[in-house]
Design a protein around this ligand. Structure first.
Ligand SMILES: Cc1cc2nc3c(=O)[nH]c(=O)nc-3n(C[C@H](O)[C@H](O)[C@H](O)COP(=O)(O)OP(=O)(O)OC[C@H]3O[C@@H](n4cnc5c(N)ncnc54)[C@H](O)[C@@H]3O)c2cc1C
Length: 363
């Protein structure tokens, strides 16, 4: 168990854990977030047997709207801990977090391009038998990149990518060239579709083994606007197929890939994976894309049909009325918020939209 200040960025935490021979069990795509920002919004990686970062919270300290410091653990204020692990910033300011870590481990990464149909056909088998699986589909192509990560003991040895290859793939192709394609597409939308074909073809197969966090996390320097929906696992691939069909039927120009991941069910009331095995679909556009509204609206409509829950830290258009039906314990969370912050000290427009107005404003 490791206790940290809640504002510690994950990349600094990972370095400290390395030095202690420890690691976080799983991570999302980047490590720039703070511990509090990551857990409060339900940040997750991929892996059918792995929950998001908040599932590793053992205890936390919460400074309430009244200025009181609540220690929340299994023994004290356990009801608050249950909700505050994914607290949306609505229950108080998280000041310290005690995380369950695991012994440091290595991850063997296999990344390879594959046709979309093959990826969809193999996804259930892969996610059932491998530790961490995800894929990216490049809109306007039938191409995907599939990433399969396998956990290994450190004693198995590390075989990281040579520095030149890592720079070529992660900096030059994934950031510089991809960024140039996205920005060319913003100026000249006719370039988006040929650009997508270039991007899909550029990334080749690669295999390496490195410390877990160095495999899970990548540098991300290309700006994009993102929406992500969590759906029941069995609804994931049908939803992806519908999104593919909508993009193929539409007149949009989508320059940024769709990311598909999975996660274990958890018991955190406001977690996107609360109470159900989960599949995640993230859609992205270049900032300012004229297609954002129609594309995101379409994905939201398709996700709504299967009870999709939007990521709390990404774009969406849902309100408390929509969300209440998608989270069985939504009203328990709001009741706790009203108990801890009846005057709405921590309220803001966004929280009023997704949770409803605080008690005082409701009169
Ligand atoms: C490039 C990129 C890649 C990403 N990849 C992933 C991914 O792989 N998986 C995934 O799930 N998400 C991903 N995200 C989303 C990201 O993890 C969330 O947006 C996260 O909340 C960002 O944390 P932060 O510390 O930067 O945010 P902040 O903006 O500081 O915080 C976000 C929210 O958390 C709450 N919060 C922050 N600090 C506190 C505190 N001390 N007490 C109480 N509440 C607090 C507040 O509600 C705040 O609005 C990605 C985002 C980006 C930009």
């Amino acid at each position: 168990l490791v206790t940290v200040e809640a504002g510690l960025p994950l990349h600094r935490l990972n370095a400290l854990l390395d030095a202690a021979g420890l690691a976080l069990a799983n991570l999302g795509d980047i490590d720039r977030q703070t511990v509090a920002g990551a857990i409060s919004t339900g940040t997750h990686g991929t892996g059918s047997a792995f929950g998001g970062l908040a599932t590793r919270v053992h205890a936390l300290e919460l400074v309430t709207a009244a200025g009181e410091v609540l220690t929340c653990s299994a023994d004290e204020n356990a009801d608050v801990l249950e909700h505050a692990r994914v607290g949306l910033g609505a229950l108080g300011v998280v000041s310290t977090v005690t995380l369950q870590t695991v012994p440091a481990f290595a991850v063997h990464a296999q990344e390879r391009p594959a046709p979309l149909d093959e990826t969809l056909a193999r996804f259930d088998e892969l996610t059932a038998t491998r530790d961490h699986v995800e894929f990216y589909w490049f809109p306007h192509t039938r191409g995907t990149i599939v990433k399969v990560n396998t956990r290994l003991p450190l004693e198995a040895g590390l075989h990281p990518l040579p520095r030149a290859r890592a720079w070529w793939d992660d900096e030059l192709l994934a950031n510089t060239v991809f960024g140039a394609l996205v920005s060319a597409g913003r100026r000249l939308p006719a370039l988006v579709r040929p650009g997508a074909r270039v991007a899909a073809a550029a990334l080749g197969a690669r295999e390496f083994t490195d410390l877990s966090h160095r495999v899970f996390v990548s540098p991300r320097r290309v700006r994009f606007v993102e929406m992500e929906y969590a759906v029941p696992r069995e609804a994931l691939l049908p939803l992806v197929r519908e999104i593919v069909a909508a993009v193929e039927a539409g007149d949009w120009r989508i320059a940024v890939p769709v990311e598909v991941r999975t996660g274990a069910a958890d018991d955190i009331p406001m977690s996107m994976a609360s109470g159900r095995e989960t599949g995640y679909v993230a859609v992205h556009v270049a900032p300012g894309s004229p297609d954002q509204a129609a594309y995101f609206r379409t994905v939201e409509r398709l996700a709504a049909q299967v009870g999709g829950r939007p990521h709390w830290g990404k774009m969406h258009s849902l309100t408390a009325d929509d969300l209440r039906g998608r989270y069985p314990r939504f009203d328990d969370f709001v009741a706790l918020r009203d108990r801890l912050d009846p005057a709405g000290v921590l309220a803001n427009d966004h929280l009023d939209t997704v949770l409803g107005a605080p008690v005082r404003a409701r009169g």
